[in-house]
Ligand binder design. Structure first.
Ligand SMILES: Nc1ncnc2c1ncn2[C@@H]1O[C@H](COP(=O)(O)OP(=O)(O)OP(=O)(O)O)[C@@H](O)[C@H]1O
Length: 734
């Protein structure tokens, strides 16, 4: 429909009445109520041009703040169950009261605070007593004076009477004074009654038990002292705020965020003070308070996390008391936790590994604590770990902590190299099958040989897994707790660790070692091989990217820059706000960002276990291993895999003086000898297992069965003995 507007400047006589009538005839009759309803409904795609108010145009922007509650769009196409899930319900109990940890922390904090205030005043009590003794009599007489003054009702219309006297209006003055006297009469009655009550009270106290008099004195004297003291001289001293906890309030958070010199925040807040909002009330969380903050549109929580120092400065708190983190929900949501006290002053609970309990590596075990002192659990099975950080960041201690946990699972075999040469891991020697320490060529060569062996071990294990999978014992083609516990399965957890791996990677063995280790990391996860790597320099020469890419658990302690941070935590970690650059080495040793457990990453501090405590844990681990029958741990020689056993086992089960034997007959005999290893083996599997021994040739072996010639695949005894001799020769040559 087009509408023609009358031109205000044209002559009314020129008006085209016919055209106007046609227009009106073509127009709809509008039902006003329906039109209003339609206007209230949101525009739909079929309604491309939403109605606009007269005073809006294409440039108009609605900058009114979004309503505080409820979704802006009631999107009807979102299924109801999702909407219900999205609706956040406030917990019935406050966070701190819902967990025993939170409750304990809150009680502890309040008690500590109350204790502090009490002690503060107790020390000053003689001074308070002296001040009270001076001001109480003053208060007594001042009280009497005030009572008399009130009873005379002088103050009520004093100004009016003065004015009447000044004007010489005696009548008015007399009337006003009569009014004062009337008021004064009942007030004197009140004073009289109060005096009587006082006399009765004193009499009662005089005849009552002594403690009544003390109690009365304890109440009345301080009361009189506070009435008597000058307004600017309180009896008690102010408890200094000093560095005590600064309670997190919305105002404090807003002020801190606007002090970060972030243009996006400041301009948004200037336009709308509610641009920083709090989807959940600030509440207690462990030993501190947490504020979940929705930052202004377009500001990412990660940007705030990088300015942790400025944030702490704006809040006038030490750095390690302020813990901003990206919060789940969207990238603009920040979780700002502020502790009651700096993390460095908070006592970390003792490491749970110090208890006598065994560890089951298939289950999570305590590894660290959050700033809130919550325990953080880590896992080792099906995982590889990378620890990175600058000197003094605490990576050796953190890596050692995992080994201590592994030592308490008697099924676990531990082998590794410390390429720094200081002996931080020597304490673990009693439980390690292999240990090397140093950065000399010999140690590096041994370390490289170990990696080669690991690769072979991975291949051997994959065959074993295949075998057990065929027997239905490895449903997911990976090591299960049952297989790991099965003696002789060769599938127990094998922890292979390397501290300061950059020493090997930058040596002449580096290239090959890197390639092999990458393969082991890829293969070993399902096979029970756990690789733990500690490194100071995480650049691509010191740690091939093939390795970093395939590691699934990362602990990044204090690092100097973004590159190091992202090499350890993965690309974009820094951008996403996971920044271990905020930790100071040495002062904040043990603090780092843990990634690989759940979504995102968290700032944690690994449990601190010094060498003396580590020795205690190792002693316990030795006891557990002795009881389990695997001390001295696992054979120190590396070639302990069943393939080598196959030759020995075949020699053991060889049937009498036979010159040759069928594979299937041998499989049956092997299964009798070691059912856990050979049960279910078929002729072809034995053929495959013997492939790595060229001396043993699998060929057709003829026999007569019931007088008839039968030919099957088999091996010759002489070949077997030759293969064993060759292997032994190789071994003794090293
Ligand atoms: N979780 C922790 N809590 C408190 N202090 C710790 C923690 N971990 C380590 N430390 C302290 O930090 C010091 C350095 O730790 P560590 O030797 O593990 O650092 P590093 O990163 O391996 O350094 P470097 O590369 O120089 O050996 C330790 O001596 C220890 O006192």
């Amino acid at each position: 429909m087009t509408t023609s507007h009358p031109n205000p400047n044209s002559n009314p006589d020129d008006f085209d009445w016919t055209a106007a009538e046609n227009d009106v005839a073509g127009a709809e009759v509008v039902d006003l109520a329906a039109a209003r309803r339609d206007r209230a409904a949101p525009p739909t795609p079929a309604d491309p041009e939403p109605e606009t108010d007269d005073d809006t145009d294409a440039e108009s922007v609605d900058d009114s703040p979004p309503s505080e509650a409820g979704p802006v769009d009631a999107a009807e196409d979102i299924p109801a169950e999702i909407q219900i899930r999205q609706r956040e319900r406030r917990p019935i109990l406050a966070d701190w009261a819902r967990s025993w940890r939170g409750f304990k922390a809150a009680v502890k904090h309040q008690t500590k605070d109350a204790g502090y205030v009490l002690a503060y005043h107790a020390v000053r009590s003689p001074k308070y007593a002296a001040k009270t003794a001076v001001w109480a009599p003053v208060g007594f007489f001042r009280g009497i004076g005030q009572a008399v003054h009130w009873a005379t009702a002088e103050e009520g219309n004093w100004h009016l009477r003065q004015a009447a006297a000044a004007r010489g209006e005696a009548d008015t003055w007399l009337k006003l004074d009569a009014r004062r006297q009337r008021q004064s009469v009942w007030r004197w009655w009140v004073i009289g009654a109060a005096l009587l009550t006082l006399i009765v009270g004193v009499a009662v106290l005089a005849y009552g038990p002594t403690w009544w008099r003390w109690a009365a004195l304890a109440v009345v004297v301080p009361f009189l002292a506070t009435r008597g003291r000058p307004a600017d001289k309180p009896i008690t001293d102010r408890v200094s705020e000093g560095t005590r906890y600064r309670k997190l309030t919305a105002e404090l958070v807003r002020r801190a965020l606007t002090s970060l010199q972030m243009a996006a925040i400041n301009s948004a807040v200037a336009k709308d003070p509610k641009a920083i909002s709090f989807p959940v009330d600030i509440h207690r969380d462990g030993p501190g308070h947490i504020a979940i903050v929705d930052l202004p549109y377009g500001v990412e929580a990660a940007e705030v996390v990088t300015r942790r120092g400025k944030l702490a400065s704006a809040m006038r708190l030490p750095l390690d008391q302020v813990w901003p983190e990206p919060a789940p929900g969207h990238t603009g949501r920040l979780a700002l936790w502020v502790g009651y006290e700096p993390a460095s002053q908070m006592k970390q609970p003792p490491c749970p590994l110090l208890s006598d309990a065994k560890i089951d590596l298939f289950k999570p075990f305590p590894f660290a604590t959050t700033p809130r002192l919550d325990e953080v659990f880590a896992e080792m099975m099906y995982r590889n770990w990378l620890f990175g950080g600058q000197p003094g960041s605490g990576k050796t201690f953190a890596l050692r902590l995992l080994l201590l946990a592994a030592s308490k699972d008697p099924r676990c075999e531990i082998r590794g190299y410390e390429l720094k040469g200081v002996g931080d891991f020597a304490v673990l020697e009693p439980v390690m099958a292999e240990y090397g320490n140093g950065f000399d060529d010999e140690t590096l060569a041994r370390c490289f040989a170990f990696i080669e062996w690991l690769y072979e071990e991975a291949r051997r294990r994959s065959k074993r897994i295949e075998h057990y999978a065929r027997l239905g014992k490895a449903p997911e083609n990976k090591v299960t707790p049952e297989l790991a516990s099965l003696k002789g399965s060769g599938l127990h957890a094998l922890v292979a660790w390397f501290d300061e791996l950059q020493e090997l990677m930058t040596s002449k063995y580096g290239k090959e070692a890197g390639e092999l280790l990458e393969k082991v990391i890829k293969l070993g996860r399902a096979l029970g091989i756990i690789i733990l790597i500690g490194t100071q320099i995480p650049d691509k020469d010191s740690l091939p990217t093939g390795i970093t890419r395939n590691v699934n658990s990362r602990f990044c302690l204090s690092v100097a820059d973004q590159t190091a941070n992202d090499m350890i935590l993965g690309t974009s970690a820094y951008k996403n706000g996971y920044r271990a650059t905020v930790f100071r080495p040495v002062d904040e040793a043990g603090w780092g960002i843990l990634r690989g457990f759940g979504p995102g990453a968290t700032a944690v501090r690994s449990f601190y276990v010094d060498t003396t405590a580590a020795a205690r844990i190792v002693a316990r681990a030795v006891a557990l291993r002795t009881a389990a029958g695997n001390i001295p741990t696992f054979p120190a020689e590396r070639d302990v895999a069943p393939q080598h056993h196959v030759l020995d086992d075949l020699a053991r089960v060889w049937p009498g003086d036979e010159k040759s034997a069928w594979n299937d007959a041998l499989c049956g005999l092997l299964a009798e000898l070691r059912p856990d290893v050979y049960d279910g083996w078929e002729a072809s599997q034995l053929t495959a297992a013997l492939k790595s021994y060229p001396a043993v040739k699998v060929a057709d072996v003829g026999r007569r069965v019931d007088g008839k010639p039968v030919t099957r695949r088999g091996i010759r005894h002489a070949d077997l003995l030759a293969a064993i001799a060759e292997r032994d020769r190789k071994r003794s040559n090293g």
